[in-house]
Design a binder for this molecule. Sequence first.
Ligand SMILES: [Zn+2]
Ligand SMILES: [Zn+2]
Length: 103
Amino acid sequence: MTRIHRYRERNAAIVKRKKASYLKQHGHLCCEACGFDFQANYGERGSGFIECHHSRPISEFVAGETTKLVDLVLLCANCHRMVHAARPWWTLEELRAALDTGQ
Ligand SMILES: [Zn+2]
Ligand SMILES: [Zn+2]
């Protein structure tokens, strides 16, 4: 399951579109949960770098259905790991809530 999920997250075309639309809207790429900006932290090497998470479980997809931009969430590596660290996977809201209580 996680492997299929990961495979879908490597769908380069849709990920590229998601990044482009986020960039246009926010002016820079950053984690939608914690705000981590790879370029700001790592310089040129981090330019354009962010992980892309599919917020809808594969089991909810019907045959032939394609991924929509709204189903994608940009996450830093830490947040993305935490989403998948246990079942059920966290939603973006749950992830944000966990970050808040951890402060
Ligand atoms: Zn993050
Ligand atoms: Zn994911």
